[in-house]
Design a binder for this molecule. Structure first.
Ligand code: NDP
Length: 307
């Protein structure tokens, strides 16, 4: 009988929400310890314009920062702000010793060059891990600020699987913020890594090789159950809003890049959407801020947050 149609126990659900809650509790403990040494971790979040999704993300980050006992500062600029003004704000935040982490919420309005703005952030305060210095440091195996979403995925994979050494990992999506750093992190864990994208031939076949399958594409339910190797661990990064008329007119709901129902019948473990990768991303932003604050104060970052 085909393995995928034979009776299998349903996949274990990797509960990102619960994992993130325990990580945030540990982070709050580290914040208390840092405060006792005279260091209050400070995170500055900059939002340009009024993109509704970005406003929600920024609000959530503010709440999480306060809950962890950190100092959160929000800078909201109008959409028509000249790029030079944003760069001047970043320079001020770089020079502010109370600010240990700087996050400029993307996307930026079309008249701004996001690469230029990210490059202007001091690499040691780049808690998003997007600065080329941090990308290069990660790629060459040095201490780096690592992009929060792939870092959260890695933490969940370690929790689910322990040692990842020698496993076949397939990452679908090669963006600078998710796919590429995810591949780098998995390589550092000694996985054999394939980075797939829109030009990959026979993507389903490539995915079926994976012991670890990470989907970061932005296409609702693209990865089907018969793309999944039986017993594989599936991490669904996708956040897609699809119409949900059953919830009322004009309502939407979130689905991932993986067709959860079919994949969960084949996988060994899988992250849900929502409640999987999303909550871990914010927790990792807080972790990066604690790491940045420790390093800037000349202290060793907490060992349990090191990666
Ligand atoms: P991007 O649009 O930057 O990248 C998408 C990638 O998917 C590209 O590399 C693209 O390939 C690839 N792709 C597109 N179509 C296909 C296809 N048919 N087959 C194979 N590969 C394809 O997206 P992001 O990386 O920024 O985000 C990916 C998803 O993750 C989105 O749903 C986003 O909302 C979500 N996300 C979730 C976060 C969280 O906290 N949970 C955080 C960040 C993102 P190519 O390069 O060839 O064009």
């Amino acid at each position: 009988m085909d393995q995928q149609t034979s009776a299998r126990a349903p996949a274990r659900i990797i509960d990102g929400k619960a994992f993130a809650a325990s990580l945030r509790a540990r982070i709050a403990g580290h914040v208390t310890a840092l405060k006792a040494q005279g260091v209050t971790p400070g995170l500055a979040v900059v939002l340009v314009g009024e993109d509704p999704a970005s406003e929600v993300y920024v609000r959530n980050k503010g709440v999480a920062t306060a809950e962890a006992g950190m100092q959160g500062v929000e800078h909201k600029l109008p959409a028509e702000t000249p790029e030079a003004d944003l760069l001047a704000l970043v320079a001020r935040l770089n020079a502010d010793p109370a600010v240990h982490g700087i996050l400029v919420q993307l996307p930026l309005p079309a008249h701004m060059d996001a690469d230029k703005v990210i490059d202007a952030i001091a690499p040691e305060k780049d808690v998003d891990g997007f600065h080329v210095q941090n990308v290069g440091r990660l790629a060459t195996g040095m201490d780096a600020m690592v992009s929060c979403t792939p870092l959260g995925c890695l933490m969940m994979l370690r929790e689910a699987l322990g040692d990842l050494s020698g496993l076949e990992a397939v990452v679908v999506g090669r963006s600078n913020i998710v796919g590429k750093p995810m591949a780098q992190l998995l390589l550092r864990e000694n996985c054999t890594v394939t980075l797939a994208h829109s030009r990959t031939r026979d993507l389903a076949e490539v995915c079926r090789r994976a012991d670890i399958l990470v989907a970061a594409v932005g296409r609702p339910r693209m990865v089907q159950g018969d793309w999944v190797k039986p017993g594989a661990t599936v991490i669904d990064v996708g956040i897609n809003r699809i119409p949900a008329p059953e919830r009322g007119e004009g309502r939407v709901r979130l689905v991932g890049d993986v067709d959860f129902d079919s994949a969960a019948k084949v996988a060994g473990a899988i992250t849900p959407v929502p409640g999987g990768v999303g909550p871990m991303t914010i927790a990792c932003l807080l972790a990066n801020t604690v790491i940045a604050a420790s390093r800037q104060a000349g202290l060793a970052p907490p060992a349990d947050l090191a990666y």
